[in-house]
Design a protein around this ligand. Sequence first.
Ligand code: ACO
Length: 344
Amino acid sequence: MGDITEYNPNDSDNHGRNDGVNKAVVESFRIIGTGSCVPPRVVSNEDLTAFMDTSDEWIRSRTGIEQRHICTTETTSELAVGAARNALENANASVDEIDLILCATISGEYICPSMAALVQKSLGCQCPCMDISAACTGWIYLMDTAAAFFAKGGVRKALIIGAESMSRVLNWHDRSTAVLFGDGAGAAVLEAGDNYLGASFVTEGNDEVIAIPGKKGNSPWYDREERTGLLHMDGQETYKFAVSHLPKRIDEVLEKAGLTTADLDWVVPHQANKRIIDSAARRMKEIPAEHFCVNLQKYGNTSAASIPLLLDEWNRAGKFKEGDLLAMVAFGGGLSSAACLLRW
Ligand code: ACO
């Protein structure tokens, strides 16, 4: 059986959770390590043409995607655990120091237990665990929720993970969606600090443009027609939503922080479509186009995992310098959009 989650804020032996953080000084966090994990099976655009009426040329020119990683035997939580271990190693942190695990996913293998609890079981630590469901904006919600836990006090280090097996929820006969997504996980280890500067969120409740229906009610009394099935997305409506919301969320969060686009060093955008990122880059001319991070050609859209996969790649390549200002920005199911600011 897995480990029992025990958290008593009045227990002074509880890894110092009660007295380890001075609330008056520490209000947010800094990232001290990143990690990622993708399944080894690579599926190229060409591979998809074997069973779908599509082409490498169509997918590349409309989206920028060249390949994606797809699970064969791996589960979403296994990817999450792989990214978590990788991030702990990068942070030089031990599992015992982790006081909180938060995961974002819309494609876990369980509804209950949470993916965070499954990660905890594998890592063998004891701390509060919770999942967030906000589709592709999940990573921004993770950052802001973690900030709230740090501000409340009692958390020394936290592990946040975005993990998805979108291949589980795709209709592999629908060429308009199946070619866009991939599987993977990214994670970060957070430590109390003051590098997180806040977020801006918008949700326009809508289950028509993007939806993954859940299980139908199955009691003997349930008598309502309901949609069931796999991911449905109206690509053009999502595209319009994305290109208008992405720059707006960045402007809002900068304004809240008393900063401007001229202060930004990096934009770390959700990886759905290169054309959406290019459109944002054209509107934000103060930032060189090459400072919009892009790796969607390798992974496709990995939903809540896409921003942490980028963070890990750029971090390990040494591209972020201490003090750099990053804007992370995402859009997707909800319909939701969000951005947050972080000093590296
Ligand atoms: N291969 C070949 N042809 C295709 C494919 C394919 N894979 N998919 C669609 N087509 C065809 C269509 O049938 C259509 O043909 P028709 O003109 O004969 O009817 C034609 O290509 C054009 O289709 P459009 O949908 O107009 O293509 P568009 O240029 O809008 O690109 C795309 C579609 C790539 C989906 C784009 O709209 C997009 O990227 N939207 C945003 C998606 C997104 O960002 N999602 C993120 C959120 S997801 C989440 O939160 C879970």
